[in-house]
Design a protein around this ligand. Structure first.
Ligand SMILES: C[S@@+](CC[C@H](N)C(=O)[O-])C[C@H]1O[C@@H](n2cnc3c(N)ncnc32)[C@H](O)[C@@H]1O
Length: 263
């Protein structure tokens, strides 16, 4: 287990995180990385959530996006404005390169086509164009701050998505609980939080560099949400198949949760 003193916090990401290696490693194939099928799982879950028609509105904020768009592919048809965010400038730059269609930017085509197939043949080119049009900004955020978007203040959002960020950002459970409160402060009453992440993970590796992860149980996450007066609508778990060797992280399971903020 990583010690609290050595936990790799946001400043370590700013200094060392290889934004392109991260998405090359984990998001090049819709089937996932090295036999783990988390990406397919989360794409299916997101598709189910947003195709249900229950979650829509004017504004969606994603917190801790890195340079990845996979969390907002299904959602982009249902929100007029999408704001993406991350602490590390290299992530925001890599994401902006894709939004501007710069030569050599990451190819999200395979992942977008996969979502298109899940959603009754949504045309991948149209999905890609719509997503680019709806992402209005990529901003700096720090989940440790009461207002994570300081010095800006965002308009209340109808939906907040955060994926694999809080357990990477928070060195202990009190910080996790506080950061969850910070991140969801931007959500309007009645708005939906989509949170997905790792359970039982203590580290993951990107381009040979090890990053800490807060060891969480599903009860830790559920309790934190309930203490913030969220109603959990669904909480689904994908267990790691222990027959397989995982060279880049030590998670036991991944979770996907939709929760609604009390009115
Ligand atoms: C494991 S990556 C997850 C990225 C992406 N959301 C995904 O699902 O693949 C963790 C991200 O958290 C970001 N991060 C770390 N500390 C943070 C903080 N204090 N505030 C905001 N983002 C932070 C890192 O820069 C990194 O992009």
């Amino acid at each position: 287990m990583e010690s609290v003193q050595n936990f790799t916090e946001a400043e370590f990401y700013e200094a060392t995180f290889d934004s392109r290696a991260y998405i090359d490693t984990f998001y090049s194939h819709p089937g996932g990385h090295e036999g783990e099928n988390y990406l397919l799982f989360v794409l299916q879950q997101l598709s189910g959530t947003f195709c249900s028609g229950k979650y829509k509105g004017q504004r969606l904020v994603e917190v801790g996006s890195a340079a990845s768009i996979h969390c907002v592919i299904s959602a982009c048809a249902h929100f007029d404005q999408i704001i993406m965010s991350d602490f590390a400038e290299s992530n925001r730059q890599e994401l902006s390169r894709w939004l501007r269609k710069e030569p050599g930017c990451f190819d999200w085509g395979p992942v977008i086509r996969q979502v298109g197939q899940m959603e009754s043949g949504r045309n991948p080119v149209q999905v890609e164009d719509l997503l680019r049009a709806r992402v209005k900004s990529v901003v700096k955020c720090d989940v440790r701050l009461e207002n994570p978007f300081h010095p800006s203040t965002l308009e209340p959002a109808d939906c907040v998505i955060t994926s694999l960020c809080l357990e990477a950002a928070c060195k202990d459970l009190p910080s996790y609980r506080a950061s969850l409160g910070n991140v969801t402060s931007v959500l309007r009453p009645g708005g939906a939080l989509v949170i997905t992440g790792a359970l039982g993970e203590t580290f993951y590796i990107v381009a040979g560099q090890r990053f800490s992860c807060l060891h969480l149980t599903s009860d830790d996450v559920k309790k934190a949400l309930e203490d913030l007066q969220f109603s959990i609508v669904e909480f689904n778990i994908l267990k790691w198949d222990s027959e397989q060797v995982n060279h880049v992280s030590d998670f036991d399971a991944m979770f996907y949760c939709v929760a609604v903020k009390s009115i």
